[in-house]
Write a protein that binds this ligand. Structure first.
Ligand SMILES: [Zn+2]
Length: 293
């Protein structure tokens, strides 16, 4: 049984770096937790995969949040990832259904709409830096490439793909990032571009066809020599817990909590993972005792 992984390495004798992610199970878990339509699954799956790839260059306790603040029927897409390979996310409207494009592909760009991409990095010391760029297409990979070039001055090639079957389950999901490093020549960049142009099928199909990461990376790189530096496990993982939501309830104040007590119970739902947390009257009473006013 394959698991989701993220591999990092170099190519062209160290003149470029790459990250390859298999996220099939991670995206399927997001689909299952949020009960999403195929186009919502594809949009969130692409953004979660891109988030994991960008998070792979962060350190320790740092994390990154990518938000598509856009006017399409999905009503926004959010993903949060960290360098431990953990990612979570949600869309505003999980049931959005749109006709397929003429190519037979899911119409992610229309579902996302136009607007902005906000990228927030949370550093170890708690500081958060946010960069915003306009969305260029809503297809997500192109939007992230535009962000990396304009906000971070890093030219990149990025593929993100999610293959959703007729029964709505995720057959393959993954991503590839390639960034030239100092010393990369014009020929190196042409070699990378020509290789990506030769792939013929989307990365999600290649993930679905590949029995393991070596096979996937081999079929992406073709004749280009590459070297693997690091392997990490990737998974859907949320940081929510009953005690965190208890803190949220405490912050509501005694009056709001009294309303919940008169309802007989309270249910809190985590946006990111759709986990439901129930609080009974006794628990709400204790929460009220902790509240300031
Ligand atoms: Zn959660």
């Amino acid at each position: 049984m394959q698991q989701d992984e993220l591999w990092i390495g170099t190519m062209l004798k160290g003149r470029a770096r790459w990250v390859v992610a298999r996220t099939t199970d991670t995206v399927e878990e997001a689909h299952r937790r949020h009960g999403m339509s195929p186009v919502a699954t594809a949009a969130l799956g692409r953004l979660m995969t891109g988030t994991l790839i960008l998070a792979s260059s962060l350190k320790g306790e740092e994390s990154i949040t990518l938000r598509l603040l856009a006017d399409g029927p999905l009503d926004g897409v959010v993903a949060v990832g960290n360098p431990q390979g953990e990612v979570r996310g949600y869309v505003g409207e999980p049931l959005v259904d749109l006709p397929l494009k003429a190519s037979g592909k899911l119409d992610v760009a229309t579902a996302v709409g136009s607007g902005e991409l906000a990228v927030s990095r949370s550093l170890q010391n708690g500081e958060v830096y946010t960069g915003m760029v306009p969305l260029v297409s809503g297809e997500i990979a192109e939007d992230l490439v535009h962000y990396l070039l304009t906000s971070e001055q890093i030219p990149s090639a990025l593929l993100l793909g999610v293959l959703v079957e007729k029964d709505y389950h995720v057959a393959g999901a993954g991503g590839l990032l390639i960034q030239p490093l100092p010393g990369a020549t014009e020929e190196d960049i042409q070699a990378i571009e020509s290789r990506l142009g030769q792939l013929g099928v989307g990365i999600s199909e290649l993930v679905a066809q590949s029995g393991n990461m070596e096979e996937l990376i081999g079929s992406l790189m073709g004749q280009i020599p590459y070297h693997v530096l690091e392997r990490r496990v990737a998974k859907f993982s949320c940081s929510c817990s009953k005690s965190r939501l208890t803190d949220t309830l405490v912050s509501l104040g005694k009056k709001e909590i009294a309303d919940l007590i008169s309802d007989g119970k309270a249910e809190m739902v985590c946006h990111f993972c759709n986990e439901h947390y129930l609080f009974n009257v006794e628990e709400l009473q204790q929460i009220s005792d902790q509240a300031e006013m």
